[in-house]
Design a protein around this ligand. Structure first.
Ligand code: ZN
Length: 433
Protein backbone atom coordinates (compact mmCIF):
# COMPACT_ATOMS: atom_id res chain seq x y z
CA UNK A 1 0.00 0.00 0.00
CA UNK A 2 1.24 3.40 -0.99
CA UNK A 3 -0.27 5.43 1.83
CA UNK A 4 -0.43 4.51 5.48
CA UNK A 5 -1.37 6.47 8.59
CA UNK A 6 -0.64 5.80 12.23
CA UNK A 7 -3.20 7.33 14.53
CA UNK A 8 -3.77 7.75 18.25
CA UNK A 9 -0.22 7.02 19.42
CA UNK A 10 2.08 9.15 21.58
CA UNK A 11 4.64 10.36 19.07
CA UNK A 12 8.11 10.99 20.49
CA UNK A 13 10.56 12.76 18.19
CA UNK A 14 13.55 14.28 19.98
CA UNK A 15 14.74 16.07 16.83
CA UNK A 16 11.65 18.29 16.72
CA UNK A 17 10.87 18.16 20.44
CA UNK A 18 7.48 16.57 19.76
CA UNK A 19 6.08 14.39 22.53
CA UNK A 20 2.30 14.28 22.10
CA UNK A 21 -0.52 12.34 20.52
CA UNK A 22 -0.30 12.85 16.77
CA UNK A 23 -1.20 11.24 13.45
CA UNK A 24 1.65 10.34 11.09
CA UNK A 25 0.95 10.07 7.38
CA UNK A 26 3.39 8.13 5.18
CA UNK A 27 3.28 8.12 1.39
CA UNK A 28 5.59 6.12 -0.88
CA UNK A 29 7.95 5.28 1.94
CA UNK A 30 8.39 8.80 3.29
CA UNK A 31 6.75 10.75 6.09
CA UNK A 32 4.39 13.35 4.60
CA UNK A 33 3.00 14.95 7.73
CA UNK A 34 3.08 14.68 11.50
CA UNK A 35 0.20 16.08 13.52
CA UNK A 36 -2.43 16.69 10.85
CA UNK A 37 -5.94 15.27 11.35
CA UNK A 38 -6.32 11.66 10.21
CA UNK A 39 -7.75 11.08 6.74
CA UNK A 40 -11.09 9.33 7.09
CA UNK A 41 -11.04 7.24 3.93
CA UNK A 42 -8.32 5.80 1.77
CA UNK A 43 -5.09 4.96 3.52
CA UNK A 44 -4.41 1.88 5.58
CA UNK A 45 -4.78 3.02 9.18
CA UNK A 46 -2.86 1.61 12.12
CA UNK A 47 -4.44 2.40 15.47
CA UNK A 48 -1.59 3.09 17.88
CA UNK A 49 -3.75 4.10 20.84
CA UNK A 50 -1.93 3.39 24.07
CA UNK A 51 1.37 2.93 22.23
CA UNK A 52 4.50 5.01 21.83
CA UNK A 53 5.52 5.87 18.29
CA UNK A 54 9.24 6.50 17.83
CA UNK A 55 11.50 6.88 14.82
CA UNK A 56 12.89 3.48 13.77
CA UNK A 57 15.86 2.41 15.87
CA UNK A 58 19.40 2.49 14.46
CA UNK A 59 22.07 0.04 15.61
CA UNK A 60 25.64 1.05 14.83
CA UNK A 61 27.10 -2.27 16.04
CA UNK A 62 25.65 -5.53 14.68
CA UNK A 63 27.51 -8.72 13.83
CA UNK A 64 25.65 -10.25 10.91
CA UNK A 65 28.24 -13.01 10.39
CA UNK A 66 28.01 -12.78 6.63
CA UNK A 67 30.01 -13.43 4.52
CA UNK A 68 31.57 -16.51 6.10
CA UNK A 69 29.55 -17.75 9.07
CA UNK A 70 25.97 -17.95 7.81
CA UNK A 71 25.25 -20.84 10.18
CA UNK A 72 25.17 -18.24 12.96
CA UNK A 73 23.27 -15.45 11.18
CA UNK A 74 22.65 -14.16 7.67
CA UNK A 75 21.08 -11.18 5.97
CA UNK A 76 17.60 -12.67 6.20
CA UNK A 77 17.62 -13.79 9.85
CA UNK A 78 19.65 -10.78 11.00
CA UNK A 79 17.32 -8.21 9.44
CA UNK A 80 14.24 -10.07 10.73
CA UNK A 81 15.78 -10.00 14.21
CA UNK A 82 16.43 -6.28 13.75
CA UNK A 83 12.83 -5.60 12.69
CA UNK A 84 11.48 -7.65 15.60
CA UNK A 85 13.55 -5.48 17.92
CA UNK A 86 12.40 -2.19 16.36
CA UNK A 87 15.61 -1.55 14.38
CA UNK A 88 15.17 -0.24 10.84
CA UNK A 89 18.85 0.47 10.11
CA UNK A 90 21.78 -1.63 11.26
CA UNK A 91 25.51 -1.40 10.67
CA UNK A 92 27.20 -4.75 10.07
CA UNK A 93 30.67 -5.09 11.58
CA UNK A 94 33.53 -5.96 9.23
CA UNK A 95 34.96 -8.95 11.16
CA UNK A 96 33.60 -11.33 8.57
CA UNK A 97 35.36 -13.92 6.41
CA UNK A 98 36.64 -12.32 4.26
CA UNK A 99 36.89 -9.04 6.17
CA UNK A 100 35.03 -6.04 4.72
CA UNK A 101 38.11 -4.38 3.27
CA UNK A 102 37.31 -4.28 -0.48
CA UNK A 103 34.84 -1.96 -2.21
CA UNK A 104 33.73 -4.76 -4.56
CA UNK A 105 32.72 -6.98 -1.66
CA UNK A 106 30.92 -4.10 0.02
CA UNK A 107 28.96 -3.26 -3.14
CA UNK A 108 27.98 -6.91 -3.61
CA UNK A 109 26.79 -7.23 0.01
CA UNK A 110 24.83 -3.98 -0.25
CA UNK A 111 23.05 -5.36 -3.31
CA UNK A 112 22.30 -8.65 -1.57
CA UNK A 113 20.93 -6.75 1.42
CA UNK A 114 18.34 -4.82 -0.62
CA UNK A 115 14.66 -5.39 0.10
CA UNK A 116 15.15 -6.92 3.55
CA UNK A 117 13.25 -6.18 6.75
CA UNK A 118 15.83 -3.56 7.75
CA UNK A 119 18.41 -1.53 5.88
CA UNK A 120 21.90 -2.93 6.30
CA UNK A 121 24.96 -0.70 6.06
CA UNK A 122 28.42 -2.23 6.13
CA UNK A 123 31.22 -0.69 8.17
CA UNK A 124 34.57 -0.90 6.43
CA UNK A 125 37.63 -2.46 8.03
CA UNK A 126 40.25 0.12 9.04
CA UNK A 127 43.08 -2.20 8.04
CA UNK A 128 43.49 -4.86 5.37
CA UNK A 129 42.21 -8.13 6.83
CA UNK A 130 41.77 -6.29 10.16
CA UNK A 131 45.40 -7.22 10.73
CA UNK A 132 46.53 -3.76 11.77
CA UNK A 133 49.40 -3.58 9.26
CA UNK A 134 48.23 -1.41 6.38
CA UNK A 135 45.18 0.77 5.82
CA UNK A 136 42.24 -0.49 3.76
CA UNK A 137 41.27 1.66 0.75
CA UNK A 138 39.18 3.93 2.97
CA UNK A 139 38.21 6.40 0.27
CA UNK A 140 36.97 3.69 -2.12
CA UNK A 141 35.09 1.94 0.68
CA UNK A 142 33.46 5.21 1.74
CA UNK A 143 32.42 5.81 -1.89
CA UNK A 144 30.92 2.31 -1.87
CA UNK A 145 28.78 3.50 1.11
CA UNK A 146 30.77 2.46 4.20
CA UNK A 147 29.32 4.83 6.85
CA UNK A 148 32.21 4.31 9.29
CA UNK A 149 35.38 2.30 9.80
CA UNK A 150 36.45 -0.09 12.54
CA UNK A 151 38.60 -3.18 13.08
CA UNK A 152 36.02 -4.34 15.66
CA UNK A 153 36.92 -7.50 17.45
CA UNK A 154 40.44 -6.09 17.39
CA UNK A 155 41.78 -2.87 18.85
CA UNK A 156 43.19 -0.74 16.01
CA UNK A 157 46.66 -2.15 16.28
CA UNK A 158 48.90 0.89 16.45
CA UNK A 159 48.56 4.57 17.27
CA UNK A 160 50.22 5.36 13.94
CA UNK A 161 47.63 3.43 11.95
CA UNK A 162 44.83 5.07 13.94
CA UNK A 163 46.30 8.48 13.19
CA UNK A 164 46.42 7.81 9.45
CA UNK A 165 42.84 6.53 9.53
CA UNK A 166 41.59 9.56 11.47
CA UNK A 167 43.28 11.98 9.05
CA UNK A 168 41.77 10.26 5.99
CA UNK A 169 38.34 9.76 7.55
CA UNK A 170 38.22 13.35 8.66
CA UNK A 171 38.48 14.35 4.96
CA UNK A 172 35.85 11.76 4.07
CA UNK A 173 33.52 13.03 6.79
CA UNK A 174 33.15 9.67 8.53
CA UNK A 175 34.06 8.41 12.00
CA UNK A 176 36.68 5.87 13.01
CA UNK A 177 35.25 3.50 15.61
CA UNK A 178 37.48 1.46 17.90
CA UNK A 179 37.18 -1.65 20.02
CA UNK A 180 39.18 -0.35 22.96
CA UNK A 181 41.04 -3.26 24.52
CA UNK A 182 44.84 -3.13 24.57
CA UNK A 183 45.66 -6.72 23.56
CA UNK A 184 48.77 -7.10 25.72
CA UNK A 185 46.57 -6.55 28.79
CA UNK A 186 43.91 -9.08 27.79
CA UNK A 187 45.15 -12.11 29.73
CA UNK A 188 41.97 -14.18 29.52
CA UNK A 189 39.37 -12.50 27.30
CA UNK A 190 35.73 -11.99 28.22
CA UNK A 191 35.96 -11.76 32.02
CA UNK A 192 37.00 -8.89 34.28
CA UNK A 193 40.10 -9.27 36.40
CA UNK A 194 39.02 -9.92 39.98
CA UNK A 195 37.80 -12.51 42.48
CA UNK A 196 35.27 -14.17 40.13
CA UNK A 197 37.86 -14.65 37.40
CA UNK A 198 40.33 -15.87 40.02
CA UNK A 199 37.82 -18.41 41.34
CA UNK A 200 37.64 -19.80 37.81
CA UNK A 201 41.42 -19.94 37.57
CA UNK A 202 41.54 -17.01 35.12
CA UNK A 203 43.46 -13.73 35.19
CA UNK A 204 40.84 -11.95 33.12
CA UNK A 205 41.05 -8.42 31.73
CA UNK A 206 42.14 -5.51 33.97
CA UNK A 207 40.45 -2.13 33.67
CA UNK A 208 43.64 -0.70 32.15
CA UNK A 209 43.07 -2.77 29.00
CA UNK A 210 40.24 -0.37 28.20
CA UNK A 211 41.57 2.84 29.74
CA UNK A 212 44.98 2.54 28.07
CA UNK A 213 43.33 2.08 24.67
CA UNK A 214 40.83 4.90 25.21
CA UNK A 215 43.61 7.27 26.38
CA UNK A 216 45.62 6.55 23.23
CA UNK A 217 42.63 7.06 20.97
CA UNK A 218 41.60 10.33 22.60
CA UNK A 219 45.15 11.68 22.40
CA UNK A 220 45.43 10.87 18.70
CA UNK A 221 41.94 12.15 17.92
CA UNK A 222 42.65 15.43 19.72
CA UNK A 223 45.70 16.00 17.54
CA UNK A 224 44.11 15.14 14.21
CA UNK A 225 40.68 16.68 14.76
CA UNK A 226 39.19 13.44 13.47
CA UNK A 227 36.06 11.83 14.89
CA UNK A 228 36.77 8.87 17.15
CA UNK A 229 33.85 6.69 18.23
CA UNK A 230 34.49 4.53 21.30
CA UNK A 231 32.69 1.21 20.90
CA UNK A 232 31.05 -0.64 23.81
CA UNK A 233 32.53 1.43 26.66
CA UNK A 234 32.58 -0.66 29.84
CA UNK A 235 34.36 1.20 32.66
CA UNK A 236 33.59 4.27 34.74
CA UNK A 237 37.18 5.47 34.36
CA UNK A 238 37.05 5.43 30.55
CA UNK A 239 33.78 7.31 30.83
CA UNK A 240 35.48 10.07 32.85
CA UNK A 241 38.18 10.29 30.19
CA UNK A 242 35.56 10.67 27.45
CA UNK A 243 33.78 13.37 29.48
CA UNK A 244 37.04 15.30 29.88
CA UNK A 245 37.89 14.97 26.18
CA UNK A 246 34.40 16.19 25.21
CA UNK A 247 34.79 19.19 27.51
CA UNK A 248 38.05 19.99 25.71
CA UNK A 249 36.39 19.85 22.31
CA UNK A 250 37.73 16.51 21.08
CA UNK A 251 35.42 14.98 18.47
CA UNK A 252 34.50 11.86 20.40
CA UNK A 253 31.30 9.86 20.70
CA UNK A 254 30.71 6.70 22.72
CA UNK A 255 28.32 3.78 22.71
CA UNK A 256 27.32 1.35 25.45
CA UNK A 257 25.71 -2.07 25.08
CA UNK A 258 22.47 -3.15 26.76
CA UNK A 259 24.37 -5.89 28.59
CA UNK A 260 26.94 -3.52 30.09
CA UNK A 261 23.99 -1.40 31.32
CA UNK A 262 22.17 -4.32 32.94
CA UNK A 263 24.62 -7.07 33.92
CA UNK A 264 27.79 -7.19 36.03
CA UNK A 265 30.74 -9.48 36.59
CA UNK A 266 28.71 -10.95 39.45
CA UNK A 267 26.27 -12.38 36.90
CA UNK A 268 29.04 -14.35 35.19
CA UNK A 269 28.90 -16.89 38.03
CA UNK A 270 25.34 -17.82 37.01
CA UNK A 271 25.72 -17.25 33.28
CA UNK A 272 29.00 -19.07 32.73
CA UNK A 273 30.02 -18.86 29.07
CA UNK A 274 26.84 -16.90 28.26
CA UNK A 275 28.35 -14.09 30.34
CA UNK A 276 31.55 -14.06 28.28
CA UNK A 277 31.70 -10.81 26.30
CA UNK A 278 34.44 -8.50 25.02
CA UNK A 279 34.94 -6.13 26.76
CA UNK A 280 33.93 -8.04 29.89
CA UNK A 281 31.02 -7.32 32.20
CA UNK A 282 32.40 -5.23 35.04
CA UNK A 283 31.52 -4.12 38.56
CA UNK A 284 28.20 -2.73 39.79
CA UNK A 285 30.00 0.58 40.18
CA UNK A 286 31.02 0.56 36.54
CA UNK A 287 27.51 -0.41 35.44
CA UNK A 288 25.98 2.41 37.47
CA UNK A 289 28.52 4.91 36.12
CA UNK A 290 27.62 3.86 32.56
CA UNK A 291 23.91 4.37 33.32
CA UNK A 292 24.62 7.86 34.65
CA UNK A 293 26.89 8.59 31.68
CA UNK A 294 24.09 7.63 29.31
CA UNK A 295 21.54 9.74 31.19
CA UNK A 296 23.86 12.75 31.26
CA UNK A 297 24.83 12.46 27.60
CA UNK A 298 28.52 11.60 27.94
CA UNK A 299 27.58 8.30 26.31
CA UNK A 300 25.78 9.18 23.09
CA UNK A 301 24.03 5.98 22.21
CA UNK A 302 23.14 2.38 22.97
CA UNK A 303 24.48 -0.15 20.45
CA UNK A 304 23.64 -3.84 20.68
CA UNK A 305 26.94 -5.56 19.75
CA UNK A 306 24.56 -8.34 18.62
CA UNK A 307 27.01 -11.26 18.40
CA UNK A 308 25.42 -14.55 17.29
CA UNK A 309 27.23 -17.81 18.06
CA UNK A 310 26.46 -21.51 17.66
CA UNK A 311 25.22 -23.32 20.77
CA UNK A 312 28.37 -25.48 20.66
CA UNK A 313 30.53 -22.34 20.90
CA UNK A 314 28.85 -21.28 24.16
CA UNK A 315 28.06 -24.68 25.65
CA UNK A 316 31.70 -25.36 26.52
CA UNK A 317 34.30 -24.40 29.15
CA UNK A 318 34.57 -20.64 29.68
CA UNK A 319 38.05 -20.23 28.24
CA UNK A 320 37.07 -22.10 25.03
CA UNK A 321 33.76 -20.25 24.50
CA UNK A 322 33.33 -17.49 21.90
CA UNK A 323 32.71 -14.00 23.29
CA UNK A 324 29.45 -12.13 22.76
CA UNK A 325 25.68 -12.28 23.18
CA UNK A 326 22.79 -11.60 20.83
CA UNK A 327 20.93 -8.36 21.51
CA UNK A 328 18.74 -7.06 18.69
CA UNK A 329 15.49 -8.51 20.03
CA UNK A 330 15.86 -7.50 23.69
CA UNK A 331 17.64 -4.12 23.44
CA UNK A 332 14.55 -1.93 23.34
CA UNK A 333 12.96 -3.65 26.34
CA UNK A 334 16.15 -3.31 28.37
CA UNK A 335 16.23 0.39 27.49
CA UNK A 336 12.57 0.67 28.55
CA UNK A 337 13.57 -0.57 31.99
CA UNK A 338 15.90 2.46 32.27
CA UNK A 339 12.87 4.68 31.58
CA UNK A 340 10.84 2.83 34.19
CA UNK A 341 13.65 3.42 36.69
CA UNK A 342 13.52 7.14 35.95
CA UNK A 343 17.00 7.27 34.44
CA UNK A 344 15.82 8.25 30.95
CA UNK A 345 12.70 9.90 29.56
CA UNK A 346 11.10 8.63 26.34
CA UNK A 347 12.70 11.43 24.27
CA UNK A 348 16.08 10.39 25.74
CA UNK A 349 15.43 6.80 24.76
CA UNK A 350 14.64 7.86 21.19
CA UNK A 351 17.76 10.01 21.18
CA UNK A 352 20.15 7.24 22.27
CA UNK A 353 18.58 4.49 20.14
CA UNK A 354 17.72 6.41 17.00
CA UNK A 355 18.67 10.08 16.58
CA UNK A 356 22.26 9.96 17.82
CA UNK A 357 23.17 6.72 16.01
CA UNK A 358 21.71 8.17 12.78
CA UNK A 359 23.83 11.29 13.31
CA UNK A 360 26.99 9.24 13.81
CA UNK A 361 26.33 7.64 10.43
CA UNK A 362 25.60 11.00 8.80
CA UNK A 363 22.03 9.96 7.91
CA UNK A 364 19.71 12.93 8.25
CA UNK A 365 16.62 11.24 6.77
CA UNK A 366 16.15 8.93 9.74
CA UNK A 367 16.31 9.06 13.50
CA UNK A 368 13.56 11.66 13.25
CA UNK A 369 9.90 11.99 12.23
CA UNK A 370 9.46 15.02 10.03
CA UNK A 371 8.15 15.53 6.50
CA UNK A 372 10.63 13.97 4.08
CA UNK A 373 12.21 11.55 6.51
CA UNK A 374 12.02 7.82 5.84
CA UNK A 375 8.89 6.02 6.93
CA UNK A 376 10.85 4.17 9.61
CA UNK A 377 8.83 3.79 12.81
CA UNK A 378 8.60 1.60 15.85
CA UNK A 379 5.41 1.16 17.88
CA UNK A 380 6.06 0.25 21.50
CA UNK A 381 3.76 -0.94 24.28
CA UNK A 382 5.52 0.49 27.34
CA UNK A 383 3.33 -1.50 29.73
CA UNK A 384 3.87 -4.95 28.19
CA UNK A 385 5.60 -7.59 30.28
CA UNK A 386 7.25 -10.60 28.67
CA UNK A 387 9.81 -13.27 29.32
CA UNK A 388 12.13 -13.78 26.36
CA UNK A 389 12.29 -17.30 24.95
CA UNK A 390 15.34 -17.94 22.84
CA UNK A 391 13.43 -20.46 20.65
CA UNK A 392 11.08 -17.67 19.57
CA UNK A 393 13.82 -15.37 18.31
CA UNK A 394 14.17 -14.44 14.66
CA UNK A 395 17.94 -14.65 15.06
CA UNK A 396 19.49 -17.98 14.10
CA UNK A 397 21.45 -17.97 17.35
CA UNK A 398 20.28 -18.48 20.92
CA UNK A 399 23.06 -17.01 23.04
CA UNK A 400 20.88 -14.65 25.08
CA UNK A 401 21.62 -14.19 28.79
CA UNK A 402 18.16 -12.73 29.53
CA UNK A 403 16.34 -15.78 28.17
CA UNK A 404 18.70 -17.99 30.15
CA UNK A 405 18.01 -16.02 33.36
CA UNK A 406 14.24 -16.24 32.69
CA UNK A 407 14.10 -12.50 33.26
CA UNK A 408 10.84 -10.60 32.88
CA UNK A 409 11.32 -7.63 30.56
CA UNK A 410 9.21 -4.48 30.46
CA UNK A 411 8.10 -2.70 27.31
CA UNK A 412 7.82 -4.41 23.96
CA UNK A 413 7.97 -3.70 20.27
CA UNK A 414 4.48 -4.15 18.80
CA UNK A 415 5.19 -3.16 15.21
CA UNK A 416 8.05 -1.94 13.05
CA UNK A 417 7.70 -0.07 9.78
CA UNK A 418 10.66 0.40 7.45
CA UNK A 419 10.32 2.65 4.43
CA UNK A 420 6.56 2.80 5.07
CA UNK A 421 6.22 -0.99 5.01
CA UNK A 422 5.21 -3.14 7.99
CA UNK A 423 8.26 -5.37 8.50
CA UNK A 424 7.40 -6.80 11.88
CA UNK A 425 4.26 -6.88 13.96
CA UNK A 426 1.11 -8.58 14.88
CA UNK A 427 -1.57 -8.41 12.20
CA UNK A 428 -4.47 -7.88 14.64
CA UNK A 429 -3.20 -4.41 15.48
CA UNK A 430 -3.82 -3.40 11.86
CA UNK A 431 -7.06 -2.62 10.14
CA UNK A 432 -8.30 -0.85 7.04
CA UNK A 433 -9.16 2.82 7.43
ZN1 ZN B 1 34.02 -5.03 19.78
Amino acid sequence: LDTIQITGGRVVDPASGLDAEACILIHQGRVVSVGRDPISEGPLTIDASGLLVLPGLVDVHTHLRTPGEEGKEDLDSGTRAAAAGGFTTIVAMPNTDPAMDKPGLLTRMRQEAQGRAAEVLFAGAVSVGRKGISLSPLQDLARASAPMFTDDGNNIRTAGLLRQALVQCSELGVAVADHCEEPSLVYDPGIAEGPIAASMGLRGVPESAETAAVARDLAVAAETGGHIHIQHISTGTALEMVALAKARGVRVTAEVTPHHLTLTSGDVERLGSLGKVNPPLRSTRDRDALRRGLAEGTIDMIATDHAPHLASEKDCPFNEAKPGVIGLETCLSLACSLVEEGLLGWPDLARVLSLNPARLLGLDDRGRLSPGSRGDLVLIDPGARWIPRAEAYQSKSRNCPYAYLNLQLKGRVIMTLAGGRVVSGRPWTMGPG
